[in-house]
Every structure is written in C-alpha cells, then in structure tokens.
Design a protein around this ligand. Structure first.
Ligand code: SF4
Ligand code: SF4
Length: 196
C-alpha cells in the first residue's frame, strides 16, 4: 500500500519514502550490526507492539513513527533510514525506552542512526545551526532579553549560571567541538545548503 505524502519539497525523496515495499537487494545486514554496536541496545528483539509509537510525543504531531525506525534497522534498510528526514523528529525524551516491553531502547536506536547519518553528512541545516550557536555561546538556544526579564521577575539572575555567566568556559566547549571536527563539518554543510 502506498504511503501518504509527507509534504517534502524534494520530489525524489517523497517518492522514495512513499515506497513501503521491502526488497532484499536493498537490505544491508551490517547496518543492524552497526546500530547495535553504537546504541548498545537490541532492536532485533522488537515484536512491533507499537507501545513506543503510542508513547511518543512527536507521533501525534508528525509522520514520525519510532516503531517503523526500529523495524527498518532490523531489516537493514540503511538508505531509507538515514535519508528519512523524520529521523530528526525524536525529542530524545526516552518515554519509549521506559515503556518498551522488550527492554529495547528505541531512543538509542535513533541516536545511533543519527550518528551514522552524521558520518555521511546527512544532517538538517537547523541542527547544524544549533552546533554553531553552541560553539559561539555554549547554548543551543542562547538567552534573550525577554527571557532575562522573565528570570528577573522570578527573582533569578538575568543569565543562568552557565557559559552566559561564565563565558571563559566557552573555550573548553570549542576545544571539544574542534577535536571532533563537528563545527568544521557543520560550517561546510550549512555553507553548501545556503548556496542552493
Ligand atoms: S515498544 Fe519495543 S517491542 Fe514494541 S514496537 Fe516499540 S521497540 Fe518494538
Ligand atoms: S525518545 Fe524519541 S522516539 Fe522515544 S518517545 Fe521520546 S520522542 Fe518518541
């Protein structure tokens, strides 16, 4: 059965994501091994009960279905998994992991897939802009004037006791991001995306 449109602008991607057929030629068994190695969890134990999707706060608001991602990992469908933009809709709240009756950590399956996608440079630009913000301020969402005023009304300091209050620690954050070349990779992908 054809899947409903997800409304992505990329028509090739749209067609690919609508295709729900499983073809053994598209399966890479080593993909499951990589996911298990990074996630340290056991997606092959999934019996597709759907408890994870039923617990997921992203599911009622989007086409994201965690059960589907666990299944694709088991089937070794690497391309479909890593190029599906829904991979980035998990909030990492861990509700699914708390409730899975098979003691799988679906959240960690997603995190492992994000790691593998990152290695191939498949990351939404918004996420990479968050990397740039962390690099410059130590925060994914830096404090702003409205927030400062709200904090003061609550009797708090205008800035939280983070790198906003102690900017001298930003250098340490930059050192970590530079070591793993995360900022460099983010800058490259954002620049390429902005050229288009
Ligand atoms: S809750 Fe666990 S067993 Fe059930 S579908 Fe999700 S991952 Fe599979
Ligand atoms: S961790 Fe991700 S997949 Fe699991 S319930 Fe939360 S948002 Fe959904």
């Amino acid at each position: 059965m054809a899947k409903k449109s997800k409304g992505y602008k990329d028509t090739k991607l749209e067609e690919k994501l609508k295709d729900r057929y499983f073809r053994t030629s598209e399966s890479h068994p080593d993909f499951l091994e990589k996911v298990e190695e990074i996630s340290k969890t056991i997606p092959h134990m999934c019996y597709q009960c759907g408890t994870c999707t039923g617990s997921c706060p992203s599911a009622p608001r989007s086409s994201y279905r965690i059960r589907y991602f666990v299944r694709r990992a088991v089937l070794g469908l690497e391309e479909e998994q890593l190029t599906d933009p829904d991979l980035w809709l998990c909030t990492t709240c861990y509700s699914c992991t708390d409730r899975c009756p098979r003691d799988i950590a679906p959240t960690d399956v997603i995190m492992a897939c994000r790691n593998l996608a990152y290695q191939r440079g498949i990351v939404p630009v918004n996420f990479l802009k968050t990397v740039q913000a962390i690099y410059s301020s130590g925060h994914g969402v830096p404090n702003n004037d409205a927030n400062r005023a709200a904090r003061k009304r609550l009797g708090l300091t205008a800035d939280p006791p983070t790198t906003h209050m102690y900017p001298e620690y930003i250098k340490g954050i930059q050192k970590i991001l530079d070591h793993y070349k995360i900022k460099e990779q983010a800058d490259k992908i954002v620049a390429e995306a902005e050229k288009k």
